[in-house]
Unconditional design. Structure first.
Length: 332
């Protein structure tokens, strides 16, 4: 195992200087700081949390970074994490980025300063992954939830099989007789990859006029509803990136006097609580967000306590499940 002394020796500095550099101290000149941090990354140096506890009091705080605080999916996730952390008297600092990498970087810098004992990141962007890896390697334990990362043994990844979710929901519509299917959501994401795989497998055209890229919130569903209304040749089925988008879409289509599911079969992904109460109730993909939150918290607490984490817990991919409700029906 690589030690602080190994890093210091390779950098040609004292262990005290190396420690200061790894903690971004202004007592170390910038060239030395960068050199030590570069060597630490190359040697894959990971600080011993037990040794850190001797010199630095635990904050009993965990940072949770989410793209949208007001999204019910992340609210459920945060609640599951909070309940698990409460068992060991930890609290959460909830940080919303609004999908802005600059906002996320601000939180990474805050965490680097020692504000929290560990952090959980769950965002769509991969822009700051190298910075988060540096954070995990040199400062605090980190766990990813539903975030694309490298399965490199540094940051455990707890995710759901979103590609299969996109595939299942698309196959559901195709089996109901739909071939003209629209997709509202990001194209650079697993759900879309699953949608595309199912369309190609069953010989259905992926029509570019039916793909509404970057839409993934309630307001986006409203906007997409206006765009669908303007199409001369309309699809019969619509798959949305998440349930929020689907509900916004359905509300707009109903205002245009369309019938759901007779005019449009609409499906979401996430299975937020309101999905079953909306009228019509929403067909969706259930993502086990509470299980994922609890598991991520368990792993993070082990890392903070320097307990051994099983190799298989460094990459967990939960299965997802189709939930059929009233918003989708057989094409007549």
């Amino acid at each position: 195992m690589v030690t602080l002394r190994d890093v210091a020796k390779e950098a040609g500095v004292s262990a005290a200087t190396a420690s200061l550099a790894l903690n971004n101290s202004d007592k170390v000149n910038i060239d030395t700081l960068k050199k030590v941090q570069k060597i630490a990354r190359e040697l894959n140096y990971i600080p011993d949390a037990r040794a850190k506890a001797l010199t630095k009091k635990s904050t009993k705080m965990i940072g949770l970074v989410v793209p949208e605080i007001n999204n019910p999916f992340f609210a459920d996730l945060a609640q599951a994490i909070k309940m698990k952390l409460n068992e060991l008297d930890y609290s959460i600092i909830l940080c919303g980025t609004q999908n802005d990498p600059k906002e996320e970087k601000k939180y990474i810098d805050m965490f680097r300063s020692g504000m929290v004992d560990g952090a959980i990141f769950t965002c769509l962007t991969e822009v700051n992954n190298s910075l988060i890896t540096e954070l995990a390697s040199n400062h605090i334990p980190v766990v990813y939830i539903d975030r694309i990362g490298d399965d490199d043994g540094i940051i455990p990844i707890v995710k759901s099989n979103l590609k299969d979710g996109g595939y299942q929901i698309t196959r559901h519509l195709i089996e109901l007789g739909h071939k003209k299917i629209a997709y509202i959501g990001r194209k650079d994401e697993e759900r879309y990859a699953g949608f595309k795989d199912a369309m190609l497998e069953f010989g259905c055209e992926v029509n570019k006029d039916y793909i509404f890229d970057k839409y993934h919130a309630f307001e986006s569903g409203v906007k997409a509803g206006f765009m669908l209304n303007d199409l001369e040749d309309k699809p019969t089925g619509v798959i949305c990136f998440n349930d929020e988008t689907a509900i916004g879409l359905m509300q707009t289509l109903i205002k245009f006097d369309f019938d759901i599911p007779n005019d449009f079969s609409v499906c979401g992904i996430d299975n937020i609580d309101v999905a079953k109460y909306y009228s019509p109730s929403l067909t969706t993909i259930d993502i086990p967000k509470k299980m994922m939150g609890k598991k991520a918290a368990e792993i993070l607490l082990k890392l903070i306590a320097s307990k051994k984490v099983k190799k298989e817990d460094y990459f967990i991919n939960y299965q997802v499940k189709l939930i059929e409700r009233d918003s989708s029906s057989k094409l007549e």
